[in-house]
Design a binder for this molecule. Structure first.
Ligand SMILES: NC(=O)c1ccc[n+]([C@@H]2O[C@H](COP(=O)([O-])OP(=O)(O)OC[C@H]3O[C@@H](n4cnc5c(N)ncnc54)[C@H](O)[C@@H]3O)[C@@H](O)[C@H]2O)c1
Length: 356
């Protein structure tokens, strides 16, 4: 079993192991005795993993409640959040109780937000069950739901007390959802680790599974390091948005039919290609390398939306600051830079990135 410490104000461990879901109770923080657990999950995850987690929590004396959302991005909504909060109140939840997010990033994001706002904040734990949520969304304390204007526009920073990840839970993912996680892993490689990037270029899903604890701990360590320098997203943490400005727009333009990971994959390729064409990054070799890695995992490198559609959606994205926008550009594999550009340049990047 591996543990990666996330050194934020209230530090916590990401616990990575095999067949550990039925031991979830053992990993609960020892600092407090809880009465009830509110497990939020979705209809895909429920029949596979709820029982082992629920039983394990009952074993340590918790009364377990469950809340099941339909799977998919559309559940990350204000309406779904309200129903969760009303249900917690109905069942008398208070600060001696705990929320458990059992599922992918959608479940993690909405559960974290419910924990952040219910009674002005109660404790919560993340139990990610997708590759993407294990290496990204469960760590770092960004919680959110979507508004009609765009992704994650309602949210809060709320760190979990622990993250418990069972590698075995990835076995039940279909290839497409597994690849969504690979897109975010490729992002970490481009941001900080040429060696991780190389593995992702060379390895198939099955060979990645053989070294999954190592891959997850490396990604989580990279995210943890960035988040510990900038917990509240004022500078360095924005690097984690590589591919996300365009990615979020692709997701939104598709009515969330395109998944987050695939949208980020296309977002990374489009922004890198557009920036290379405008001379904002040194050459096309970075673009070629990113495309090679993405294609290896059958991830998209472009999308069918027009530059206007993507640009209009970018305008309502939360990362826009007045007439300028901060974007992340790769300088080389393993090093990225934040750059403030005008909206006009943003439009040109999108146009050039989608062209051809
Ligand atoms: N908070 C953050 O820092 C952060 C970072 C990255 C992404 N996100 C968010 O994460 C979300 C994407 O997360 P995701 O890719 O995990 O999507 P998801 O939560 O929608 O899960 C994808 C699908 O996999 C199913 N599933 C989950 N675990 C399974 C398992 N073990 N076996 C079989 N099926 C399983 C789900 O039911 C769902 O249908 C997006 O909303 C994105 O905005 C947040």
């Amino acid at each position: 079993m591996k543990r990666v410490k996330i050194m934020v104000d209230q530090e916590y461990d990401v616990i990575i192991g095999e067949n550990i879901l039925n031991r979830s109770g053992e990993f609960m923080p020892k600092s407090k005795i809880y009465n009830k657990a509110y497990i939020i999950t979705d209809d895909n995850v429920l029949p596979i993993y709820f029982e082992s987690v629920g039983k394990s929590l009952e074993k340590i004396g918790l009364k377990v409640f469950k809340h099941i959302l339909p799977n998919g991005e559309l559940s990350k909504s204000v309406q779904a959040l309200k129903i969760i909060l009303e249900d917690m109140a109905e069942n008398g939840f208070d600060r001696e109780d705990i929320v458990i997010a059992l599922g992918g990033g959608v479940i993690g994001d909405i559960s974290g937000l419910a924990a952040a706002v219910y009674l002005r904040g109660i404790d919560y734990i993340q139990i990610p069950t997708t590759f993407l949520s294990a290496i990204d969304s469960s760590v770092g304390g960004k919680t959110a739901v979507n508004l009609e204007h765009g992704k994650n526009l309602m949210g809060a920073f709320k760190q979990p007390l622990a993250v418990i990840f069972d590698v075995v839970s990835l076995n039940t993912l279909n290839d497409e959802i597994f690849a969504d996680g690979t897109a975010e892993a490729i992002k970490y490689g481009v941001l900080k680790s040429p060696s991780l990037f190389k593995k992702l270029c060379n390895f198939s899903r099955s060979s990645l599974m053989e070294i999954m604890p190592e891959i997850v701990s490396e990604c989580v360590a990279i995210k943890g390091e960035i988040v510990s320098c900038d917990e509240f997203d004022r500078g360095e943490r924005q690097l984690l948005n590589f591919g996300h400005t365009i990615g979020h727009s692709i997701e939104k333009c598709s009515g969330y039919a395109i998944t987050h990971g695939r949208a980020v994959a296309a977002g990374m390729a489009v922004i890198t290609k557009g920036a290379a064409k405008l001379g904002l990054i040194p050459n096309f070799s970075i673009y070629d390398q990113i495309c090679e890695a993405l294609k290896r995992h059958e991830l998209p490198i472009k999308c069918d939306f027009s530059a206007c559609e993507i640009y209009n959606s970018v305008l309502s994205d939360k990362k826009r600051k007045s007439e300028n926008i901060n974007i992340v550009l790769p300088a080389e594999i393993g090093r990225c830079e934040l750059k403030k550009i005008s909206l006009e340049t943003m439009y040109s990047i999108i146009k050039e990135g989608l062209d051809g």
